[in-house]
Write a protein that binds this ligand. Structure first.
Ligand code: ATP
Ligand code: ZN
Length: 284
């Protein structure tokens, strides 16, 4: 059998979804602009859909799994399971007001016209704060609504905020932080589950590798103990003697987040010739 994976046909998630599969060593055979494509070296079949339709297709079992934004998953509220956070497609769903207006809290929205592509999530927010407001559902270019007098406020996806800025809007309040996730059909055969686990194992290795760097450095032997104490390492660092007497080469893996702090401390401890190398896959 083949696991059926639904991804966005074109748009912001398409490229990252395809790249992730490639980094997992999965080669997609025929063209990408069709409805379907098959992997040549992994039991997986790709379906290309509009992102909005992916939760429905996964609920119905047309696809077994899908890569889609959490914003779409929660808005559509289909019976699917969120199985894994993929780490790309990060954005937030935020209210934005016209420049010069001050958002004073949820009560600011009372009686306002809100333009959004996320009526369900916006209504949930209004209910939680017992606010009555008018929601105008618009499927695209929500940010132009206030400028043309269609709405007072928008609730839209934001990443850098430049689209809002260009339309004279200011981000006011975030109601959801989102990223792409792997969603899963409710009923899974043992065989499908096994393929999914193989896929998740690969995705996890790629994700871990991106968060870590391989570091090589030269250490004077009299500082070796101090330098090793600074390093986390997967088990413990590798230490090899250098040709020049009194020096050793130390190899280890450092988390991206600790990286700059760690490098400074290593330099202060006498480390020299520090090389930092990206890791392609990491199997623990
Ligand atoms: P489709 O034609 O598939 O319906 P779309 O126009 O609805 O495409 P895109 O704009 O390609 O969708 O966005 C797809 C997803 O990318 C969003 O649902 C969201 O999860 C994510 N995303 C990340 N950053 C942003 C952003 N700045 N604006 C909009 N979406 C973003
Ligand atoms: Zn869409």
């Amino acid at each position: 059998m083949k696991l059926k994976l639904a991804i966005q046909k074109s748009g912001r998630l398409n490229e990252d979804s395809m790249r992730l599969l490639k980094e997992c060593g999965i080669d997609i055979g025929n063209g990408v602009n069709k409805l379907k494509a098959e992997a040549t070296n992994f039991p997986i079949e790709l379906f290309f859909f509009r992102d909005d339709d992916i939760p429905q297709y996964v609920e119905d079992g047309v696809a077994d799994i899908g890569f889609v934004g959490e914003n779409v998953v929660y808005e559509k509220a289909k019976k699917v399971e969120v199985a894994y956070e993929l780490g790309f497609g990060k954005c937030r769903l935020s209210f934005a007001v016209k420049k010069g207006e001050t958002f004073t809290g949820p009560s600011f929205l009372a009686g306002k016209k809100i333009a959004t592509s996320y009526p369900i999530l916006v209504q949930q927010y209004l209910n939680e704060h017992s606010i009555q407001a008018e929601i105008h559902e618009i499927s695209g270019s929500v940010e132009i609504a206030p400028g043309i007098g269609l709405a007072d406020v928008v609730c839209d996806l934001v990443s850098s905020g430049s689209t809002l800025f260009m339309n004279g809007l200011v981000e006011a309040e975030t109601i959801l932080h989102s990223q792409a996730v792997l969603i899963k059909h409710k009923n899974f055969s043992t065989e499908a589950q096994q393929i999914l686990e193989r896929l998740l194992f690969r995705i996890e290795s790629v994700k871990k590798a991106k968060k870590n760097k391989y570091v090589l450095l030269n250490a004077p032997n009299d500082q070796l103990e101090k330098i090793i104490a600074l390093l986390p390492g997967m088990k413990s660092p590798t230490v090899l003697p250098l040709a020049s007497p009194g020096w050793s080469s130390v190899h280890t893996v450092i988390a991206e987040s600790d990286f700059w702090d760690m490098i400074e401390q290593l330099k202060n401890a006498g480390a020299e010739g520090i090389l930092v190398i990206p890791i392609e896959k990491m199997i623990l």
